[in-house]
Design a protein around this ligand. Structure first.
Ligand SMILES: Nc1ncnc2c1ncn2[C@@H]1O[C@H](COP(=O)(O)OP(=O)(O)OP(=O)(O)O)[C@@H](O)[C@H]1O
Ligand SMILES: [Mg+2]
Length: 242
């Protein structure tokens, strides 16, 4: 399903974070959303996932109009996300975090009992898949930053999203984990998941993306395959201030 926006606009007081953004990502592909600091990338994710309401414009996922819908509605429609500043419950174990991601209400009723066996099994399977199963019973606060990012991704994957938005998956992550994240994205994509990745690490972006959208001052200034984006003059201008 195609994720796209028409004329998306969001201002915070006098700061125009999104300035009429028309964006279309390629379904079934690894898409990247890049741009200088403050160009509106996270705000775009926040609008698309219903965390904030755009002032103007529309958001479509396939035929569905998701504009202004609540986060759980967007998630149920098949769009999952991670956060730039990773969100985990520090005093819960890794596996509890993964379970809580899929059924937050479980927190109130006592986690273990609230989850069926199969759900717990699924959580362990994702932890295994992401290479952090050995940390399943560790409290999340004892995981490294990179491991916490993988843990957050495991929670997102529990929802079996068709499209996954990652906000700076490589930010502050060590090189070994960075490789694993790149490989995982390609693997999960080959199994049919669409990705949209906000990322400043250009080596990673260029190596894993099929399609790149470049933001500058709240709207796209270029879109295309990595080969084309790498040499685009508007892109170089936006980054180098030319
Ligand atoms: N909640 C908010 N209140 C006020 N201003 C905001 C808010 N969120 C974002 N902004 C402003 O909107 C602009 C776009 O911010 P945004 O976080 O979307 O950029 P970004 O492209 O994700 O940047 P970065 O690469 O640094 O993460 C910035 O000028 C930012 O200061
Ligand atoms: Mg951001």
């Amino acid at each position: 399903m195609t994720l796209r926006t028409e004329g998306l606009r969001k201002a915070f007081g006098g700061v125009v974070a999104l300035d009429g953004a028309d964006v279309e990502f390629l379904p079934g592909k690894v898409n990247a959303l890049i741009g200088p600091n403050g160009s509106g990338k996270t705000t775009f994710f926040n609008c698309v996932t219903g965390m904030i309401k755009p002032d103007e414009g529309r958001i479509f996922f396939g035929e569905r109009d998701l504009t202004g819908r609540a986060p759980h509605v967007v998630a149920r429609a098949g769009v999952g996300r991670t956060f730039q500043l990773c969100r985990v419950f520090p005093r819960m174990t890794a596996v509890e975090n993964v379970l809580a991601a899929v059924r937050p209400g479980g927190l109130l009723r006592g986690l273990r009992s609230a989850h069926r066996r199969s759900e717990i099994e699924r959580a362990h399977n994702w932890l295994t898949r992401l290479g952090i199963e050995h940390l399943a019973e560790a409290e999340a606060r004892n995981l490294s930053w990179g491991q916490q990012k993988l843990l957050e991704l495991a929670g997102v994957l529990m929802g079996e999203p068709q499209t996954i938005l990652l906000d700076e998956p490589a930010g502050g992550v060590n090189p070994a984990l960075l490789d694993r994240i790149g490989t995982l994205v390609r693997e999960l994509n080959s199994e049919g998941r669409t990705f949209v990745i906000v990322e400043h690490n250009m080596d990673l972006v260029m190596s894993i993306s099929d399609h790149i959208v470049v933001f500058d001052r709240g709207r796209p200034i270029a879109a295309g395959p990595p080969e084309r984006i790498r040499t685009d003059e508007r892109v170089l201008g936006a980054y180098l201030g030319v």
